[in-house]
Ligand binder design. Structure first.
Ligand code: KIV
Length: 284
């Protein structure tokens, strides 16, 4: 039987969703099995975020993540996603030197890893010029304003951004300028929901919120936070939908107990020789 063709999520279809008032569902993934699950569960957009550094590679922040790390993890996600739009997150210092080098790095996400778009943090004048250059090179770009984790060295700590009028204005202008520069969507991270609502109303492109309240065009969370993969600190905006940490610890402990007792593997999980074959081998 031939496989049913699944209509892929496209950049125009995301815009359409915003126009129709349909919410966009986005999550991060960094590997094949997770991306397959998210795709099967109907997630529209999968971001291979540089949160990879903290969530999967065990770094303290996202600064150490390299282009090679990102490409390595984007490839299996692309192989798994039959429907969802896969966006590769440009890691720190992959888009900070020349425009040429930045466009080249972005192109690797599309050409080598098969992603359909890239995400970059920030909305400074230089960043906006880069967005224009990327769009000119046919590379769809997702912007990211509010809390931008790659600025951790400046910020000192992760916090809510845009709480005072001047910061709120700056974030609002940044989002508008990203749309003007050609971004197809903007992530709004860790900002008050009233500000996120204003930005969502300002823009025709979809806003995707994380810690930005319910008025955005869609929502994104780090997959490992949503499923409770670790029992570490989680920001207020995360909702843990299940507690995989406890579930996995219980499963591994039960396995350990059974191995130590000798009750695993039992008969149901073992293979047998036919009696006559055994006789031939043992000669009895
Ligand atoms: O790196 C990441 O996972 C992100 C999302 C949290 C938006 O940038």
């Amino acid at each position: 039987m031939s496989e049913l063709k699944i209509p892929k999520v496209t950049i125009p279809s995301l815009r359409e969703k915003k126009a129709k008032g349909e919410k966009i569902v986005a999550l991060t993934a960094y590997d094949y099995p997770t991306a397959r699950l998210l795709d099967e569960a109907g997630v529209d957009l999968i971001l291979v975020g540089d949160s990879l550094g903290m969530v999967v590679l065990g770094y303290e922040d996202t600064i150490s993540v390299t282009m090679e790390d990102m490409l390595h993890h984007t490839k299996p996600v692309v192989r798994a996603a039959k429907r969802a739009l896969v966006v590769g997150d440009m890691p720190y210092f992959s888009f900070h030197l020349s425009v040429e080098e930045s466009v080249y790095n972005a192109s690797r996400f599309l050409k080598e890893a098969g992603a359909r778009a890239v995400k970059i943090e920030g909305a400074s004048k230089r960043r906006l010029k880069l967005v224009e250059a990327l769009v000119e090179a046919e590379i769809p770009v997702m912007g990211h304003v509010g809390l931008t984790p790659q600025s951790i060295s400046h910020l000192g700590q992760f916090r809510v951004e845009g709480k005072v009028p001047s910061d709120a204005q700056k974030i609002r202008e940044g989002a508008k300028n990203l749309e003007k520069a050609g971004a197809f969507s903007v992530i709004l991270e860790s900002i008050p929901m009233e500000l996120a609502r204003l930005i969502t109303e300002d823009l025709t492109i979809p806003t995707i919120g994380i810690g930005a309240g319910s008025c955005c065009s869609g929502q994104i969370l780090v997959f490992h936070d949503l499923v409770g993969f670790s029992n570490g600190y989680l920001p207020k905006f995360v909702k843990k939908y299940t507690d995989l940490h406890s579930i996995i610890i219980e499963a591994v402990k039960a396995y350990g107990d059974e191995v130590r007792l000798g009750s695993f593997p039992g008969d149901a999980h073992s293979y047998h020789l036919k009696e006559e074959t055994l006789k031939k081998i043992t000669g009895s």
